[in-house]
Design a binder for this molecule. Structure first.
Ligand code: FAD
Length: 462
């Protein structure tokens, strides 16, 4: 059997690895447009050690991801964060990021009182007395709209957009509840099914009450990463897949042919089965000839650009004892949307000495940072870091710097996204030799991308 996979990001490489497990004799060819594998996973060899400029962590609560990395032989490479708290910069001040609630949404005002006006606090505390939310079972809504209607603008602009933006590079107003806070959508469904009044504070309270209490002892770590950076994972996948991986191989089109699919670009080759593991707009283009309706539907998925500036300083003196800081989405005068104090967040990076800081820029609809030149980005990163934390990076000795632009870094998971994905999948249902996967398909987080890629491989292998 001959398989082609387009895209050597996490989804493409995971698919290749899974196909190899199913069929050790299969021909598996992976085509990658750029000159390297990994896609949004990208470990850069800083002098101080390997440093991630794309994804930097994964949700280790997802046991399936930990099991997958263990199966790859990487269990000994897994490391966990220090557990230091994060901050939020709002109203020109750096404050504690509230704990509890659901994605920064509290059941009452108390945990967020330091971030909102007294009017907003009163509004949150009275929300349960207002008319219920009109929510059909299985419904969806824009996160920003829900928050603004129920709790007012303060909280969404000061906290929730910043938290969601850290994961999705989108403000709350560009994200859907079911895709990004699924537990909240499911609780609304449950209340709707039971015919109970639905309020935001009530649903969050129920979710907090249902949260398993930590058993005695040390709680299991929520996040993990690799001592040597994500390269450990994507290189292991590439090697263990035994696939032939062609880099600098931009695939410009796919056609149906007698045994399966002909891919074009570089060399024209014919395969029995095909997995397309590229970002949504590229996948839409590649589907044009083989699944035109799915192609048209997928064009609805838009991408958010971002930029990461990695900075290594000789001294860490003055850098706060925190994991990082998120910037409120309505904050004027700073360009960055977040800083990760990587050497504080990750003990294995702290051991290198000095300080490692990642500045992140860009949200959906705002590509100012993406278009900015490198000197400006570095200046913004240093100036913003000093404004927010007081840490003077120039004084601390800037030893290494890396600027990574992520054109179309992440797909926008708005309130129409899940329906779009379901439609696209349904429109290719009659082609079991074709599978589509990637961050747009089953979720943006690393564990979700792995799970989706496994499903794609199982579909075409079967
Ligand atoms: C800045 C940033 C930080 C992130 N941080 C985290 C994090 O900490 N934790 C987490 O869980 N997730 C994080 N994510 C999300 C996660 O990294 C991604 O969702 C995931 O890596 C996407 O993998 P993918 O294979 O779907 O897509 P990609 O990584 O985009 O891979 C697709 C590949 O297809 C190639 N390609 C495109 N077009 C063609 C073509 N025509 N022909 C051939 N090849 C083509 C691309 O070059 C690319 O290599 C982050 C994402 C970004 C951008």
């Amino acid at each position: 059997m001959k398989f082609a996979i387009i895209g050597a990001g996490l989804a493409g490489l995971t698919s290749a690895y899974e196909l190899r497990k199913q069929d050790k004799d299969a021909v598996i060819d992976v085509y990658e447009a750029t000159d390297r594998i990994g896609g949004k996973l990208f470990t850069v060899p800083f002098e101080a050690g390997p440093t991630d400029m794309g994804a930097e962590a994964f949700l280790a609560r997802r046991k399936d991801a930990v099991e997958f990395f263990t199966e790859l032989g990487l269990a000994d490479s897994l490391v966990h964060p220090s557990g230091l708290r994060s901050l939020v910069y709002s109203g020109g001040e750096t404050k504690e990021l509230p704990a509890g609630g659901v994605m920064g949404i509290p059941a009452q005002s108390e945990p967020v009182a330091h971030l909102i006006s007294t009017e907003t606090a009163a509004r949150i505390d009275d929300e349960a007395n207002q008319d219920g939310i009109d929510w059909p079972v299985g419904g969806d809504m824009n996160v920003g709209q829900l928050m603004r209607e129920r709790y007012g603008a303060d909280l969404v602009d000061h906290v929730v957009s910043a938290l969601l933006g850290g994961v999705y590079s989108c403000a709350a107003d560009d994200l859907g509840i079911r895709a990004t806070i699924p537990q909240l959508a499911e609780e609304f469904d449950r209340l709707a099914e039971a015919g109970e009044k639905i309020t935001l504070s009530g649903a969050v309270k129920n979710l907090e009450a249902a949260r398993p209490k930590p058993a005695g002892g040390k709680p299991a770590p929520v996040f993990g990463t690799f001592r040597g950076g994500y390269a450990e994972a994507y290189e292991a996948l590439a090697e263990q897949s035994g696939a032939d991986i062609y880099v600098d191989a931009f695939i410009s089109g796919v056609e149906k042919t007698a045994p399966g699919y002909r891919i074009t670009g570089g060399e024209d080759k014919v395969y029995d089965r095909l997995i397309i593991a590229t970002p949504a707009p590229t996948t839409a283009l590649l589907l044009k000839n083989i699944a035109p309706e799915a192609s048209a539907a997928l064009k609805a998925v838009k991408l958010a650009d971002s930029v990461v500036v990695g900075m290594r300083f000789a001294s860490a003196e003055g850098l706060p004892e925190n994991s990082g800081v998120l910037v409120a989405s309505d904050e004027d005068g700073v360009h960055a949307k977040a800083f990760t104090f990587s050497s504080k967040k990750w003990p294995h990076l702290g051991e290198r000495g000095g300080a490692l800081v990642r500045a992140s820029f860009g949200r959906f609809g705002d590509n100012t940072a993406l278009r900015a030149d490198e000197d400006d980005l570095v200046d913004w990163a240093l100036d913003d870091l000093q404004t927010i934390t007081g840490f003077d990076g120039r004084e601390a000795g800037l030893e290494e710097i890396y600027v990574q632009r992520w054109f179309g870094g992440l797909p926008r998971y708005d309130e129409t996204h899940l329906a779009t994905v379901a439609k696209v999948k349904q429109l290719i249902d009659d082609q079991p030799t074709l599978a589509l996967t990637g961050a747009w398909s089953g979720g943006v987080g690393v564990p979700a991308v792995i799970a989706d890629a496994k499903a794609a491989a199982a579909r075409v292998a079967g």
